[in-house]
Design a protein around this ligand. Structure first.
Ligand code: SAM
Length: 308
């Protein structure tokens, strides 16, 4: 082997210089591709970080196409890992800020994918749950979309950011555990609804984009996944705090009648008899339970909470 060839071969192999990799980017969207990346990066999926990597090019396409349809000026990707979804987004000409907690993947993407997309990709090593969307430097004033194949353990706290950190996000395309998606998609008044799904409706409409089998991940998790889309919608003319107060009170004791659960948080002035009278006057059955309340009933309750 001539000297030139040897140099070329070595430059194509990954070497770790401290924590920095020097290697060509390897596409992780198929199982052989992902295995190669794991081998070169000497990495193993970390269970505690929910590292079940998607290995299904058509699913990456489906998510990225859905993101494009939301017409974002830039995209916040949560948990890029080895970069499969990141690639699909970049190939569609999108500008991406990717937030990853695991330094291995931050270094990998910074060394291998950023050089390919120096003007459209930024990688940030950060815990997406701690990061405040209010302090994002890039174009908060331009419509942006959140996307990601979310690790299961961060799904609920991250979803709370959509109404708590409600800056200028425009839409979200997220892959979540199928059972969680079912709860989020359940409209208020349907069995299976949750406090989170009611509160999300304060800022967005939610729809399902379809299922993703557990067999399309490596390693394969114990549950299937589902892609959901949130589209920002105008909030009702009530403070979020009032809605949150009644929703959390009612779901904290979801087996109790609402006149009882609301009495527990409203103080001595409004006991359960008083609530029964007020609710009846408002046309709400006081013996209903949280999951049976419709969206318009939640709005009425939030207005009442504002008066007490
Ligand atoms: N996007 C890749 C894909 O679709 O194959 C990886 C998805 S994997 C399910 C979840 C990713 O989120 C992992 O790379 C993991 O390290 C990262 N992650 C886990 N917790 C995080 C957190 N709190 N903040 C940011 N990233 C996190």
């Amino acid at each position: 082997m001539g000297r030139q060839t040897v140099r070329r071969v070595y430059s194509r192999q990954l070497t770790k210089v401290g924590a920095i990799f020097t290697a060509d980017f390897v596409d992780p969207r198929t199982l052989p591709g992902l295995h190669r990346v794991l081998e070169i990066a000497t990495a193993r999926p970390v269970k505690r970080l929910g590292q079940n990597f998607l290995v299904a090019p058509d699913q990456f396409d489906r998510i990225a196409d859905a993101v494009v349809k939301t017409q974002p000026q830039w995209v916040l990707e949560i948990g890029p890992g080895p970069g499969g979804l990141t690639c699909a987004l970049l190939e569609r000409g999108l500008q991406v800020l990717a937030v990853e907690i695991d330094p291995t993947w931050v270094n990998w993407l910074t060394s291998t994918l950023v050089p390919r997309y120096p003007t459209t990709l930024r990688i940030l090593q950060q815990d997406a749950l701690i990061m405040s969307w209010k302090t994002l430097e890039v174009g908060r004033d331009r419509p942006w979309t959140v996307c990601g194949n979310l690790p299961y353990y961060i799904t609920s706290p991250l979803m709370a950011k959509f109404f708590e950190d409600a800056s200028s996000w425009n839409a979200a395309v997220l892959m979540v555990q199928k059972e969680v998606a079912a709860r989020l998609l359940a409209d208020p008044g349907q069995r299976n609804t949750s406090a989170l799904s009611v509160l999300l409706r304060y800022v967005a409409t939610i729809r399902g984009l379809g299922e993703v089998s557990r067999h399309q991940f490596y390693p394969s998790p114990e549950v299937d996944s589902f892609v959901i889309q949130l589209t920002r919608s105008p909030s009702p003319a009530i403070p979020l705090e009032h809605l949150r107060g009644v929703v959390q009170a009612a779901f904290r004791h979801r087996r109790k009648m609402i006149r009882q659960s609301l009495a527990q948080v409203s103080g001595p002035a409004w006991n359960s008899h008083e609530w029964a009278r007020i609710l009846t006057e408002e046309g709400i059955d006081p013996s209903k339970r949280a999951e049976a309340l419709s969206w318009s009933e939640w709005i009425k309750l939030a207005r009442l909470a504002g008066k007490k």
